[in-house]
Design a protein around this ligand. Structure first.
Ligand SMILES: NCc1[nH]cc(CCC(=O)O)c1CC(=O)O
Length: 308
């Protein structure tokens, strides 16, 4: 089996983890790196919109039979299903938090007035402008190494990145603060990998069988609730929206707790909603919870921040 991946270090590492897990359950597979338009362009993430620019090239390769499965970061994957393709597996979730990587070991509160902090994400920019309106938020692009380079070469005082990506790359030591999910929720699907295959892959194929064994129901249910927020908002991965779900045990029952927040892009205001429900009915319940949270955000006036 050929596992397609974007060519960046992070994408290859992530796809490598999935390939290793599949090999461990007896599947014969190899990685096939491909270049996506999202990796080639230097345009800002906000200007690209939530169009799935990172996923598009991989999906074409999959549909054309140049590979048999592709590995995505779920947070970069549009919520609209792609004709002919199915997302079938999500391994156990990696750390979903955002991580501050600052010079001199500084935390967000310790950064001096006017410090320059880089992010390409409208959500992170809005969160930063709310928490520290005095900071200079700089729009940056590039892979993890490039972004960290802005701090080491002194051009920026800090950047905010996903802890998951840093951890997968063995870069935990560059993190100067893990931002607490309770007041810094992250992107829908952050830290979750998704494996996509062609829908016509036979149900009894070794590929589907191996993928079923590496699937994590909890990661999947949480990610579905979070992505349902985005889908109901009709927002893309570049919207200033956070959604984080977790599963809590309550007397033998699994309770899914969802926190969804829409941010005013310039900072200073946010609308949030917390919803929880038993997930006995599997992902349908999770999806309903996400839709409920999104409708709350829309009723409270979040639309103007998301769709402008
Ligand atoms: N948009 C880029 C992207 N897509 C997935 C990750 C990290 C891994 C993950 O969130 O699962 C990153 C980098 C980042 O946000 O720092």
């Amino acid at each position: 089996m050929r596992i397609g991946t974007r060519a960046s270090d992070l994408a290859r590492t992530q796809a490598g983890t999935v390939a290793d897990a599949l090999i461990a359950v007896g599947l014969d597979c190899e990685l096939v790196p491909m270049t996506s338009d999202g990796d080639k362009t230097r345009a800002s993430l906000a200007s690209l919109g939530g169009t799935g620019v990172f996923a598009a090239g991989l999906r074409t390769a999959l549909l054309e039979g140049r590979c048999d499965a592709v590995v995505h970061s779920l947070k970069d994957l549009p919520t609209t299903p792609h004709p002919g393709l199915t997302v079938v597996a999500a391994p156990v979730r990696e750390d979903p938090r955002d991580a501050l990587c600052a010079r001199d070991g500084l935390t967000l509160t310790e950064l001096p007035h006017g410090a320059r902090i880089g992010t390409g994400s409208p959500r992170r920019a809005a969160q930063l402008r709310t928490r520290r309106p005095d900071l200079d938020v700089v729009d940056i692009r590039g892979n993890v190494g490039t972004r960290l380079g802005f701090v080491t070469d002194g051009e920026l005082d800090a950047v905010v990145l996903a802890a998951a990506g840093l951890h997968r790359l063995g870069l935990d030591h560059v993190v100067t603060e893990h931002l607490d999910l309770a007041d810094w929720p992250t992107a829908p699907g952050q830290g979750v990998l998704a494996v996509e295959i062609r829908t016509d892959t036979p149900p009894d194929s070794p590929l589907r069988g191996a993928l079923a064994t590496i699937h994590d129901d909890a990661a999947w249910a949480c990610a579905q609730a979070e992505r349902s927020v985005l889908a109901t908002l009709e927002a893309g991965c570049a919207a200033p929206v956070a959604a984080y779900a977790d599963i809590r045990q309550d007397g033998g029952a699994d309770i899914l707790e969802l926190h969804a927040v829409a941010y005013r892009p310039g900072g200073g205001d946010q609308i949030e909603h917390r919803a929880s429900g038993a997930c006995v009915d599997g992902i349908d319940g999770a999806i309903a919870l996400g839709a409920e949270a999104a409708r709350y955000l829309l009723d409270a006036g979040a639309s103007a921040w998301i769709h402008d």
